[in-house]
Design a protein. Structure first.
Length: 482
């Protein structure tokens, strides 16, 4: 058993960070206004935006959490991607044209122009709450992996990520995020492939032996045709959750949509989101295979030590069984996945959706300085949130539960604005809050085993409630219909 990091591992990690900071420096030079800082003046090419979207979508939660699912469960997580692919097509042909029609900096600005300030403020606030908590879990996932691999206390790893993220994004803005996203996406593919090779090498089994052992233990199951509707992994529920969840995650979440708004035209943005289907699926499959391969290894070596938390499985295996250099590849992948944090999207929403409308500030130099200060502020909050996530298990599902509480409310109002001519503002805020409370109550009752509702229903429930309440309590707007 090999323990510890070698010079090759430190070199790979240092190289990855140097490239990251160099890109941030080159990208941040000469920025004079928030349009450049938040949208890169809409001059990003399609291929770069696509890879940046993939890098942001993947995150450390996928690098660490998906192998844990492959180790503990099976490949039924891929059912979610069927619905996710359909959602990307819907976003491309319905959501993106609306955002470009109104020329918005943030997608919540679209709601403000379509409905009014109350809807814009409420939707932005929902984004803040969801993104801060969900991203805190993601940051915790990355910090947990790094703390295991490097032997650091957890809070050291959280501080490390927070400081690097604030420096990187605070100086480079969205341009730095996009261009390093290209580098990160390539690194994720390379790291996944090389980690899979390292696991096979450590175990000594062939690919056919791996398939036989995984199949024997039902680890390669993709479709669940069951009818237990409290199980989030049955096919119908997983696909529905993929459609609603991805429409909410990609179409109503500023963090991911911000990448697509950096493109010059609507058609380029539409092309980019469709291409993400073909870029993300093989990457998710690769990391599921990594987790399954680790399971097969332990099945063949039952005396090998296991971590105290299954979410640590890849980090534990890398530390104890990867050779020199391969640990550095895994560590670099986790670090790069975590540096691409939501600080830019949180700041763009705060400045555009809240501060500018309330203050009336138009001095771009002042707004740019405030944007960078805001990144520091949000970086501290994210670090504190990650620290509070200690001693949890099942990080991937926890992040989905948190997102489900508010994502449906947001999606319902976006659907109302895009597909109907109804006119409402304060009604929308009421509907969103009501839908959130209904989802929160459902989650609490479900966690206490009083009712049996899978977390994947939260977004569907929230969407239907928010859309339905606003639709029936509002008036038709003939101007909006035009």
């Amino acid at each position: 058993m090999t323990v510890g990091l070698y010079f090759a591992d430190w070199f790979i990690l240092a190289f990855a960070l140097i490239v990251l900071l160099a890109v941030a420096y080159l990208s941040g030079r000469g920025q004079k206004d928030t349009e450049d800082f938040f949208l890169a003046k809409r001059k990003i090419p399609v291929w770069a935006a696509t890879l940046s979207f993939v890098a942001t979508e993947i995150s450390a939660m996928t690098i660490v959490g998906v192998p844990a699912v492959g180790f503990k469960e099976n490949w039924q997580y891929l059912q979610f991607f069927i619905g996710s692919a359909a959602a990307r097509i819907l976003i491309g042909y319905f959501f993106i044209p609306s955002f470009y029609k109104y020329g918005t900096v943030t997608i919540y600005e679209f709601l403000g122009k379509r409905f009014g300030s109350a809807t814009q403020y409420c939707s932005s606030a929902f984004f803040f709450v969801t993104r801060l908590f969900a991203s805190g879990v993601r940051l915790y996932a990355a910090s947990l992996a790094v703390s295991v691999l490097m032997g650091w206390p957890l809070h050291y790893a959280i501080i490390f990520f927070s400081v690097i993220s604030v420096i990187f994004i605070g100086f480079g803005g969205i341009r730095a995020v996009v261009w390093t996203g290209m580098w990160e996406a390539f690194a994720f593919y390379a790291a996944g492939a090389m980690m899979l090779y390292a696991i096979f090498n450590a175990s000594g089994f062939s690919f056919s032996q791996f398939l036989a052992a995984a199949s024997e233990n039902n680890k390669l199951s993709v479709i669940n045709w069951g009818f237990n509707f409290s199980d989030p992994n049955i096919f119908v529920i997983a696909v529905l959750n993929g459609i609603f969840g991805s429409m909410a995650a990609f179409g109503t979440d500023q963090e991911l949509m911000q990448r697509l708004l950096t493109l010059n035209t609507r058609k380029e943005s539409q092309k980019s989101i469709i291409l993400t289907i073909f870029a993300t699926l093989p990457l998710v499959t690769l990391y599921l295979a990594v987790g399954t391969a680790i399971f097969v290894y332990y099945k063949a070596n039952p005396s090998a030590s296991l971590p105290d938390n299954s979410d640590k499985i890849l980090s534990h295996f890398a530390l104890n069984f990867f050779p020199a250099g391969f640990k550095g590849i895994f560590l670099a992948a986790v670090v790069l996945a975590s540096i691409d944090s939501p600080l830019s999207s949180l700041t763009s929403s705060f400045i555009t959706d809240i501060y500018k409308p309330l203050s009336g500030e138009k001095d771009e130099a002042k707004l740019l300085r405030l944007s960078r200060v805001s990144i520091l502020f949000f970086g501290i909050i994210l670090g504190l949130t990650a620290f509070m996530c200690q001693n949890i298990e099942g990080m991937l599902w926890l992040a989905f539960k948190i997102n489900g509480l508010t994502a449906g409310s947001l999606l319902g109002i976006f659907l109302l604005g895009i597909f109907t001519s109804r006119q409402s503002d304060k009604t929308n805020a009421f509907s969103m809050i009501t839908a959130f409370l209904i989802c929160l109550t459902t989650m609490i009752l479900s966690e206490k085993k009083i009712i049996n509702v899978g977390w994947s229903w939260f977004i569907v429930i929230g969407t239907v409630c928010a859309f339905g309440l606003s639709f029936f309590l509002s008036e038709k707007n003939n101007e909006a219909a035009k």
